[in-house]
Design a protein around this ligand. Structure first.
Ligand code: G3P
Ligand code: CA
Length: 242
């Protein structure tokens, strides 16, 4: 099986990351999955934004956690990217799930709680995924092992993935202790021995961020289960001609 092509923050080379236009373009291009980042507003509404602060991807400044949802919705999350997207709002998890639930897309919701450990983020997100009956097609990931443990305590079946950007001793054992059944690995860490040990432990392996043909070819050769890419349309072409 070739790796699933998963749009990283949507089709984030063509539209502002983590916004509805980026998700819609990814879907139109044939992406098989969508990855997005979840943080919490001051009033505990899950929203899709990568950074803890709004500065890089909106026309304002400050921490996401210090805005109410209503305040956050006033921000422009498109003009930083290009004129074409002026006025594009931040997307809530709810809006995203309402759009995605009938589309047969694989979902990866990354809980962005490694810098700010948002209280109850796991339970809030889990409840919405369950509501939309998306438990079987969703992976919850995080760089924060404690968060993954909490998610595993909420539900024993949902796929939970540990994110990894640096080498880690006893990776398989650590992941198993958390209750993770997948690893999302920085491309730089991909090698034969890590793939072998994760396979032996029956863990899914997905790689970020794979934008080059040569990198995708390596992921295919290693038998990875998925790749996160900013350019899903191109990645699908590369995979076709592999
Ligand atoms: O989930 C894979 C990847 O998105 C993790 O890194 O910084 O792009 O959220 P980042
Ligand atoms: Ca992410």
């Amino acid at each position: 099986m070739y790796p699933k092509i998963i749009a990283h923050r949507g089709a984030s080379r063509l539209a502002p990351e983590n916004t509805m236009p980026a998700f819609k373009i990814a879907h139109q291009q044939g992406a098989e999955g969508i990855e997005t980042d979840v943080q919490l507003t001051k009033d505990n509404i899950p929203v899709l934004i990568h950074d803890e602060r709004v500065k890089r991807t909106t026309n304002s400044v400050g921490y996401v956690k210090n805005f109410t949802f209503k305040e956050l919705k006033q921000l422009d999350a498109g003009s930083w990217f290009s004129q074409k997207f002026v006025g594009t709002p931040i997307t809530s998890l709810e809006e995203f799930l309402q759009w995605v639930y009938d589309k047969s897309l694989y979902l990866n919701l990354e809980l962005k709680n490694n810098k700010i450990d948002y209280r109850d983020l796991e339970a809030i997100v889990y409840e919405r995924i369950e509501h939309y009956q998306l438990l079987n097609s969703t992976t919850i990931s995080s760089f924060n092992p404690n968060s993954l443990k909490r998610m595993r305590e909420i539900n024993n079946d949902i796929e939970v993935a540990l994110l990894l950007s640096r080498k880690q001793k006893n990776l398989v054992r650590n992941a198993q202790e958390i209750g993770a059944n997948a690893i999302h690995l920085n491309y730089r860490l991909l090698n034969h021995s890590i793939v072998k040990s994760l396979r032996q432990a029956n863990m899914a392996i997905r790689i970020f961020t794979v934008n080059k043909q040569s990198h995708l070819n390596r992921c295919i050769a290693h038998g990875c289960d998925g790749v996160f890419t900013d350019v899903p349309g191109q990645a699908l072409n590369y995979r076709r001609i592999y």
